[in-house]
Design a binder for this molecule. Structure first.
Ligand code: KIV
Ligand code: ZN
Length: 513
């Protein structure tokens, strides 16, 4: 029997700290449900003290999720821990994850605390957390640049105080695999009570080594890896869940552990997170990139056809790649539509949402003969927007674009229920449309990114547009899909404006003390 490697997913917390990747409550619930379907052991659902909205989202996830443990992050102070404890209270299995920085630079410059004060605070934090749950994780932030003797001291103290998982983050992605593995090995050997806790690692990808460092740690005794779908996370991101899980599975000859992950749910999870956050997956990304199983060179194709293992170490279907599956067409009925959504794990809230989605499906099927799973995913994402998330709504859009003429756009949109019409010219139809919208919204935001991807193949494919806006230091991503990319662009722009509009102040757990 192999030992269990606990998969701790932090897409909804560290992943959400990526610029613009903030998700609405309903989007977070959809991601959490997919993580549970994938059999993730622990879902870090957020940082409860960040804002009332984050608290509510964690609570809703705690109510919805039955199989995975639901966790909230908390800084090592009483207020954060009590917020975390309250947010996760309804969960069938719950964890509080509390942290404090331990590196000389963080203690001196950020916390302005002495090492003694840090140890004392960490111990108190475990005490508060244990009032809510027996499952308490402690992280030494910036452990990757902390002194080994001090780490041993802090960890010894928090284990005595009742921490059950000890996490060693390489917060700034500074470590190399051999060095990081040596740190983990030393900690396990030196800390009294090490055999009573689960040792965990949380690696950032600043040097592209997050997965390598995590796996090196597993080889010397780490039994939990913290990771995210598509490697999302602060700066260069976290270790990518799909790479860690597939490395352990594919190299079962090397790893003395196994995960409980249903790997066929990996690609659906990747697509869902990409679509919700507006972070596209690079085509050559391991496991979930569109090219991960595509063979370009004739020699490789020939080899794979003769015997697939000549060039393939994993099977595409094992990670959830299916052929672009034609699922429905214009003659499909409401029941077939509902059944396929259920197979994709999509639950719409009530008959009204289902009817609205079905009506939009019929409209799409009129424009596009073949409807694929990806089209359905994009379609329902509009249906999960709640009225409070939708201050601005597109009613009508028209563009005129001719050779030698300046493109013009006309839009009608509602803002808080009131209808507005506007027109503008621009360097292209999308530019003109954005200017027309902006003349109504007057958001004063800066456009940081505009990108279009075809959801499926063919010129009748839906274009999926991502728009990233920034205002007053806040960055949001908006998405929109349509067979007409100008309309998709208008939807994406309005979606981003809605996020700016509904966004309250939010505390970054690692940025604010
Ligand atoms: O990177 C980090 O140190 C973290 C901690 C809060 C675990 O995200
Ligand atoms: Zn992190």
């Amino acid at each position: 029997m192999k030992e269990r490697l606990v998969i701790f997913d932090t897409t909804l917390r560290d992943g959400e700290q990526s610029p613009g990747a903030s998700m609405t409550r309903d989007e977070k619930i959809r991601v959490a449900r997919q993580l549970e379907r994938m059999k993730v052991d622990v879902i870090e659902a957020g940082f409860a003290a960040a804002s009332p909205g984050d608290f509510d989202a964690i609570r809703a996830i705690a109510e919805a999720i039955k199989e995975s443990t639901v966790c909230s992050l908390a800084r090592a102070n009483e207020n954060d821990i009590r917020r975390a404890g309250e947010a996760i209270r309804p969960a069938a299995k719950r964890r509080i994850h509390t942290f404090i920085a331990t590196s000389p630079i963080h203690m001196e410059k950020k916390l302005r605390m002495t090492p003694d004060q840090v140890v004392e605070q960490a111990v108190k934090a475990i005490g508060w957390a244990r009032e809510y749950t027996d499952d308490v994780e402690f992280s030494a932030e910036d452990a990757g640049r902390s002194e080994l003797d001090f780490l041993c001291r802090v960890f010894t103290a928090v284990i005595e105080a009742g921490a059950t998982t000890i996490n060693v983050p390489d917060t700034v992605g500074y470590n190399l695999p051999g060095q990081f593995a040596e740190t983990i090995k030393q900690l396990i050997a030196r800390v009294p009570g090490a055999d009573k806790v689960v040792w965990s690692v949380h690696c950032h990808n600043d040097l592209g080594l997050a997965v390598a460092n995590s796996l090196a740690a597993v080889l010397v005794g780490a039994r939990q890896v913290e990771c995210t779908i598509n490697g999302l996370g602060e700066r260069a991101g976290n270790a990518s869940l799909e790479e860690v899980v597939m490395a352990v599975k594919t190299r079962a000859d090397i790893f003395p552990v196994e995960t409980g992950i249903d790997t066929t749910q990996i690609v659906p999870a990747s697509k869902l997170v990409s679509q919700i956050t507006g972070y596209p997956v690079q085509p050559n990304k391991a496991v979930v990139g569109a090219n991960a199983f595509a063979h370009e060179s004739g020699i490789h194709q020939d080899g794979v056809l003769k015997h697939r293992e000549t060039y393939e170490i994993m099977r595409a279907e094992d990670v959830g790649w299916t052929q672009n599956k034609l699922v429905l067409g214009k003659h499909s009925g409401r029941n077939a539509f509902k059944t396929r959504l259920a197979e994709l794990g999509i639950e719409l809230a009530g008959d009204e949402a289902l009817n609205a989605a079905f009506a939009r499906f019929k409209e799409l099927a009129d424009k596009k003969h073949e409807i694929f799973d990806e089209d359905l995913q994009a379609l329902v994402s509009d249906e999960t927007v709640t009225p409070e998330d939708e201050h601005y709504k597109l009613v009508y859009s028209r563009v005129c674009s001719e050779t030698g003429e300046t493109p013009e756009a006309a839009v009608t949109l509602t803002a808080g229920g009131a209808e507005h019409k506007a027109g503008a010219v621009g360097s292209g139809p999308v530019d003109a449309t954005f200017r027309a919208i902006e003349s109504v919204a007057k958001s004063g935001s800066e456009l940081l990114l505009y990108s279009v991807n075809a959801i499926t193949t063919g010129t009748d494919a839906q274009g999926e547009v991502t728009v990233r806006l920034s205002r007053g230091g806040r960055i949001v991503n908006g998405n929109g899909a349509d067979t007409d990319i100008v309309i998709a662009s208008a939807k994406a722009y309005l979606n981003a404006l809605n996020k700016l509009h509904s966004a309250g102040d939010k505390v970054n757990p690692q940025g604010d003390v």
